[in-house]
Write a protein that binds this ligand. Structure first.
Ligand code: ACM
Length: 545
C-alpha cells in the first residue's frame, strides 16, 4: 500500500522560492474546500479549478463554506510576477503582485500538493494536503525563455500547447517560436500561400547528423494555420507566457525560396530547381537583397504582427553565407547603389530595414548576435548565442540582451558522454553544467547588467524527430535552467548542486506524472537509444565568441 498522502516540502519546489518557512503540520483539502477569488484573480481561479480539479477530483467550489478555503487575491505592493503563499490551519491565501504573480503562485501550490497533482485524473483513495507555512517569491529575470525550433521537425499544435503547459509548470514565460528555416516554413501567410503550400514539407529527411548515410524516406511537414497561431498565442497568454515569433532573414530561407524562387539570387543559381532542404547545416541559398524581397517580407511581417501581440519580433539574422551575394551582379549593384563597402554591410542593411520597419509599428526587433555587427536601432535586442561576447557588446552599447550561449544552454547538445546517448551532438552539457550556468557575465557593470533582461534555453530539432526525443533533450535540464532563470542563485561555484539533485528526486516524480519522456539519471532507456544513427560528438565547446 502506498502512502496516500504525499506532501511536498516547500524547499522541494522547483524553481526554488526565495523565502520559505514551514511548520510541521498540514492543511487538508477536501470536498468542502472552497476556491475563492477576489477581484482580478478570476483567471488563476479558473486554471486552478480546472487543473487541480482534474488531478484531485475535488470540486473546489466558489463562494464561502465550511471546509476552509483557498483564497486568491492581488496586492500591488508585491512585484508584478511575485507572490506570497500563506498556508494556515484554516485555509490558504495566495496573493499575487499581479495576475502573472498569482499564476506563478498557483504553480507552487500545485507542486506542494505532491507529484500526483500533475496527473489528469485522481488516483483512488488519494488525500490532498498542503504543508503549513509561508512562501514569498519573485523571479530574478523577466525573460525566462525556451526557444523551440519547429522548422527542422514540426511540432504539431497539440505538442506546442503541451509544451506551454510544461513551461508554465517551470515558471518560464517566453516561448521563442522558431517558425521558419531552410527545412520548413510553419506559419500560414495568407497573401503568400505557397510559403506553406510548397514550403511546409519535404519529401524525405536526413536521419541523424548530416554526415549520416541514413534517410527517413517519407514526407515530413506541417504548419500552423492562422487560427492555430491565435489559439497558441491565447493559450500561452492564459499562462502568462509571451510567444515571440521568429521569421529568419536573410539566411535560413531556403524553404521560402523553394516556394517563391524570385526571393533567391536568381542570377547565381536556378532557384526554380530548389526544394525545401532535406538535410542539415547552413544552406548557401539566401534571400536576394531586392526591393521585391523587402516588400514580400513586409507583407509576411504585417500578418505576423496581426497574430502576435509580443513587443519583440525575432528576425533571425544568424548564419547568412555571403557567397551568392558576392557572385550576384544584382546584389553587387545594390551594394554600389547603397554605398556599402562589403557583403557584411549588405546584411546589416537588410536587418536595419526591418529594425526601422518594426520600430515604426511600435515593436522591437530581436535577432541573433550576428545582427550587432552592423549597428542597430536603439530599441533592438540581441539573443547572444555564440557565447557571452555578443551579449556583453550589446549590453555595453545599451541594447537589451537575452543570454543563451551555445556553450551552456543549447539543450540539443548531448547530456552525457556515454555510448548510449541517442544521436549525440556537440559537447556534453550535464544537468549540473546547466545548473551552474550564469546568465550575467561578471565583467558587466551593474548598469550594463540591467540590460540582460533574461535568458533562454534553445532546442534545435535536427535530430529530435518527435515529442519523445524533444522531451529527452529538454528534461531534466530544463528544470535546472528554470531555477537559473527564476531563483536568485549564488555564483556558479557556490551553487549547492547536491541539494538540487536531492530536490530533483521529487521533480522526477512530477515529470513522470506529466508523462514526460525525460532522460533518466542512469542513462537512456532501451527505447530512448538510436543505435546506428550517426551523431557528431565534439570534445569541448567552441571558443566563447
Ligand atoms: C543559431 O544557433 N544559429 C542561432
Amino acid at each position: 500500500m502506498t502512502d496516500l498522502t504525499d506532501v511536498t516540502d516547500a524547499t522541494d519546489v522547483i524553481p526554488r522560492p526565495r523565502h520559505a518557512v514551514a511548520q510541521d503540520a498540514c492543511f487538508d483539502l477536501g470536498p468542502d474546500t472552497r476556491l475563492v477569488a477576489d477581484e482580478g484573480a478570476g483567471h488563476t481561479e479558473r486554471w486552478l479549478r480546472a487543473t487541480l480539479g482534474a488531478a484531485t477530483g475535488l470540486p473546489l467550489a466558489p463562494g464561502e463554506g465550511g471546509g476552509g478555503a483557498v483564497r486568491l487575491s492581488l496586492d500591488g505592493e508585491l512585484a508584478d510576477e511575485g507572490y506570497r503563499l500563506d498556508i494556515a490551519p484554516d485555509g490558504v491565501r495566495l496573493t499575487g503582485g499581479g495576475p502573472a504573480g498569482l499564476f506563478w503562485g498557483a504553480q507552487t501550490l500545485r507542486q506542494l500538493l505532491g507529484p500526483d497533482a500533475f496527473r489528469r485524473a485522481p488516483l483512488p483513495g488519494r488525500r490532498w494536503r498542503l504543508p503549513l507555512g509561508r512562501i514569498e517569491d519573485a523571479p530574478r529575470f523577466g525573460w525566462r525563455g525556451l526557444m523551440l525550433d519547429v522548422s527542422r521537425h514540426f511540432t504539431p499544435k497539440d505538442g506546442v500547447l503541451r509544451q506551454l503547459d510544461l513551461m508554465a509548470a517551470h515558471k518560464l514565460n517566453v516561448l521563442h517560436f522558431h517558425l521558419t528555416d531552410d527545412q520548413g516554413w510553419r506559419i500560414e501567410i495568407k497573401r503568400h500561400p505557397k510559403l506553406t503550400g510548397t514550403g511546409s514539407w519535404r519529401s524525405r529527411t536526413k536521419f541523424g547528423h548530416r554526415a549520416s548515410p541514413l534517410w527517413e524516406d517519407k514526407p515530413h511537414g506541417g504548419y500552423y494555420t492562422q487560427e492555430d497561431i491565435r489559439e497558441i498565442v491565447a493559450y500561452a497568454a492564459a499562462r502568462h507566457i509571451t510567444v515571440v515569433p521568429e521569421i529568419d532573414v536573410p539566411g535560413h530561407s531556403q524553404a521560402a525560396i523553394a516556394a517563391y524562387p524570385e526571393l533567391g539570387n536568381t542570377d547565381v543559381i536556378d532557384t526554380t530547381a530548389l526544394s525545401v532542404w532535406d538535410t542539415w547545416g547552413v544552406s548557401p541559398n539566401v534571400l536576394a537583397p531586392t526591393e521585391n524581397t523587402l516588400r514580400f517580407y513586409e507583407g509576411v511581417f504585417e500578418e505576423v504582427l496581426e497574430l502576435f501581440p509580443s513587443e519583440f519580433v525575432h528576425i533571425g539574422g544568424d548564419e547568412c553565407p555571403k557567397d551568392q551575394w558576392r557572385a550576384s551582379a544584382i546584389a553587387q549593384a545594390r551594394m554600389a547603389e547603397l554605398g556599402l563597402a562589403d557583403e557584411d554591410e549588405l546584411q546589416s542593411w537588410f536587418i536595419q530595414h526591418f529594425d526601422t520597419w518594426l520600430a515604426g509599428r511600435g515593436r522591437r526587433l530581436i535577432g541573433w548576435d550576428e545582427i550587432l555587427e552592423g549597428g542597430l536601432a536603439k530599441g533592438a535586442a540581441v539573443s547572444s548565442w555564440r557565447g557571452y561576447a555578443g551579449g556583453i557588446a550589446a549590453a555595453r552599447a545599451g541594447h537589451d540582451v537575452v543570454m543563451c550561449p551555445e556553450q551552456q544552454v543549447y539543450l540539443n547538445f548531448r547530456e552525457d558522454g556515454g555510448e548510449d546517448e541517442p544521436v549525440p551532438i556537440a559537447f556534453v552539457r550535464t544537468l549540473e553544467d546547466v545548473y551552474r550556468f550564469e546568465p550575467v557575465p561578471a565583467e558587466l557593470t551593474p548598469e550594463e547588467s540591467g540590460h540582460v533582461i533574461g535568458t533562454q534555453a534553445n532546442l534545435w530539432t535536427e535530430v529530435t524527430e518527435n515529442q519523445e526525443r524533444v522531451d529527452y533533450q529538454l528534461f531534466p535540464r530544463l528544470a535546472a535552467f528554470a531555477e537559473v532563470a527564476w531563483s536568485a542563485l549564488p555564483a556558479p561555484a557556490d551553487r549547492d548542486y547536491a541539494a538540487f539533485e536531492r530536490r530533483m528526486a521529487t521533480h522526477y516524480r512530477r515529470l513522470d506524472a506529466l508523462g514526460i519522456a525525460y532522460r533518466p539519471p542512469a542513462g537512456p532507456r532501451p527505447w530512448q537509444r538510436r543505435p546506428g544513427v550517426l551523431g557528431r560528438p565534439m570534445d569541448g565547446p567552441p571558443p566563447n565568441k
